[in-house]
Design a binder for this molecule. Structure first.
Ligand SMILES: [Zn+2]
Length: 80
């Protein structure tokens, strides 16, 4: 598979009904909502901007939320 942020080759580490956990060499590990994936429809994130957002979220992780989460409302960051 390819990373949802930078399109590089990435590993799907976990998948559930609600989200996927992706390992990307460039973006590191993150979680992304399946609903967001379904509405991306070809639109892309700005990789530099999303990596900054993920790094900020990584500072607030907990044992129950071990990966930064790209949630459905992060659709606002998709480049039109
Ligand atoms: Zn990536």
């Amino acid at each position: 598979m390819n990373c949802y942020i930078c399109n590089a080759s990435a590993t799907l580490r976990q998948t559930t009904n609600d989200y996927e956990v992706i390992d990307c060499a460039a973006c590191d590990r993150y979680k992304i909502a399946k609903l967001l994936i379904s509405i991306m429809s070809g639109r892309k994130f700005d990789p530099d901007q999303m990596r900054k957002i993920l790094n900020a979220r990584r500072k607030k992780l907990t044992a129950t939320q071990p990966e930064p989460f790209i949630e459905t409302w992060d659709e606002d960051y998709l480049v039109k």
